[in-house]
Ligand binder design. Structure first.
Ligand code: NAP
Length: 483
């Protein structure tokens, strides 16, 4: 069944509606992180292929931008329906190449499909503005036009959703795109292409270029003046490189970068609600999420009660192959990710943290790491400032509200923070003082296609989802009219 699914996925480059090999014939292997076996060999795009994809997108642009918003919306709606009907297969494919457990993969598949539905509805809501110039009496007409060709670069932690979160608004806005999926997980994005064809997306409107030479291929596209938008989700480090490349041709950037989320539990919090929220905030996608709670600050008065219940909830999770029944936590995506978690835990222990659950990677095949809880994690532990990106909760006690807000903000990141308190007024006041693009107040999950997702500081530029997500692919034009 798995082999049949893998065999059904095209593995070449998708340019102008055709499947083709890389110009130099290069390919690379994609692995299953649960058993380290090769799943498939995928074509690796070159600079020449990248320019061919820009040519194809340019050829498709005028027709696509000229379709009525309703027609674009209906094609997106069809994509939503087809994706929903094939959700099980997409979820299985996500687990095969990324490792995440089936419940997480199904959650991602649902979330991915929802971007098609949301932007099917937004495609017909591209309104402008009209005004009178105060002095001259000229009319001010403002319209929002498709910005042009978009280059979309996506990470491995949500192989489908990070793609659909960009593709759907771009298509709604009338822009053709070139997607560069992560090398660890290109299969899901390739599998999406026949579905988009079936939904009615014309050739050249969406192109996909897996590549082992991400830097060169993306840089070449950003130096082609026909490319007008770059939408990137990934690490802050790579985001900086892409911004530098984008600077030369002044390409519009949309950047969804790393996070270092604090999760604050006040002494008046509903502890069961806080534990459930913290489980979601930490363990969705086994901690491999930019939104993952990285630093737990729990009020001294409730620290023991919270920790006891949280450890019990973590201990109840089953580690194993994400495809197996009853498994909650699959393997991490690759050896490097697993080794990073191992070294972050060792560093925290050396600096005085206590391991109260887990903390030892099992021997054998697969990049597994168990649900782990550390308490008394000191501020100088590396995991207090770096993304853990694994199933490790780092708990620290606090006593003072000002102090915990200061500590929470003491990071170059500003993606998301979580706050648990029964006092909503306090929750809102604290939220306002937190320097983060998003806050989960008594909630451990905020991602929603209808809400503006994104960070401040070095967590990003721009927003995805909501109406804002489509604006990333639109340019404002002002016409000064005399009549
Ligand atoms: P990454 O290493 O930054 O890679 C992301 C993408 O960029 C991949 O497709 C990668 O290709 C490509 N890339 C690598 N080097 C490049 C370069 N020099 N120029 C252009 N593209 C390049 O990130 P990741 O490890 O896949 O993902 C984890 C990171 O993503 C975390 O930091 C996480 O917080 C962040 N993230 C953020 C959000 C958000 O919405 N804010 C959501 C999810 C994840 P290859 O795979 O071929 O190297």
């Amino acid at each position: 069944m798995n082999q049949q699914l893998i065999n059904s996925v095209p593995t070449d480059l998708y340019i102008g509606g055709e499947w083709r090999n890389a110009s130099d014939g290069g390919r690379f292997d994609v692995y299953n992180p649960a058993d380290e076996e090769v799943l498939a060999s995928v074509a690796s795009a070159t600079i020449e292929d990248a320019i061919a994809a820009v040519d194809a997108a340019e050829a498709a642009f005028a027709d696509w931008a000229g379709r009525s918003p309703r027609e674009r919306g209906e094609i997106l709606r069809k994509a939503f329906e087809l994706f929903t009907a094939r959700k099980e297969d997409f979820a299985r494919l996500i687990t095969l190449e990324n490792g995440k457990a089936r419940a997480d993969a199904m959650g991602e598949a649902t979330y991915s499909a929802e971007f098609f539905r949301w932007y099917a509805e937004e495609a017909v809501r591209n309104s402008g503005d009209f005004g009178y110039a105060p002095a001259s009496g000229a009319r001010i007409v403002v319209q929002h036009k498709p910005a042009g060709i978009g280059v979309l670069v996506t990470p491995w932690n949500f192989p489908a959703a990070m793609g659909t979160r960009k593709i759907a608004p771009a298509l709604a806005a009338g822009c053709p795109v070139i997607v560069k999926p992560a090398s660890d997980t290109p299969l899901t994005m390739l599998a999406l292409m026949p579905l988009l064809e079936e939904a009615g997306v014309p050739p050249g409107v969406v192109n996909v270029l897996p590549s082992r030479s991400a830097g060169k291929v993306v840089d070449a596209m950003l130096h082609d003046p026909r490319v007008r938008v770059v939408s990137f989700t990934g690490s802050t480090e790579v985001g900086r490189m892409i911004l530098r490349s984008a600077a030369d041709c002044i390409v519009n950037p949309s950047m969804e970068l790393g996070g270092n989320a604090p999760l604050i539990v006040f002494d008046d919090a509903d502890i069961d609600q806080a534990v459930a929220g913290a489980m979601l905030a930490k363990m969705r996608n086994l901690g491999e999420a930019c939104t993952a709670a990285n630093r737990f600050y729990v009020h001294e008065k409730v620290k023991d009660a919270f920790t006891e219940k949280y450890v019990a909830a973590m201990n109840a999770l089953t580690l194993g192959n994400g495809l197996d029944d009853g498994v909650d936590v699959g393997p991490l995506v690759n050896a490097e990710s697993r080794d990073k978690v191992v070294s972050l835990v060792a560093d925290a222990q050396d600096k005085g943290a206590k391991v109260v659950l887990g903390g030892v990677a099992p021997d054998g095949k697969g990049f597994f790491y168990p649900p782990t809880v550390l308490t008394d994690v000191p501020d100088d532990a590396d995991m207090a400032s770096e993304e853990i990106f694994g199933p490790v909760a780092a708990i620290q006690a606090f006593t003072d509200e000002d102090e915990v807000i200061k500590k929470s903000n003491d990071t170059e990141y500003g993606l998301i923070a979580y706050v648990f308190t029964r006092d909503l007024a306090r929750g809102m006041k604290v939220s306002e003082r937190l320097e983060f693009g998003m806050v989960g107040l008594n909630r451990g999950l905020v991602s929603d296609p209808a809400a503006p997702f994104g960070g401040v500081k070095q967590s990003g530029l721009g927003r995805e989802g909501a109406q804002e997500g489509m604006k990333e692919f639109l340019e404002t034009q002002y016409v000064s009219v005399e009549w």
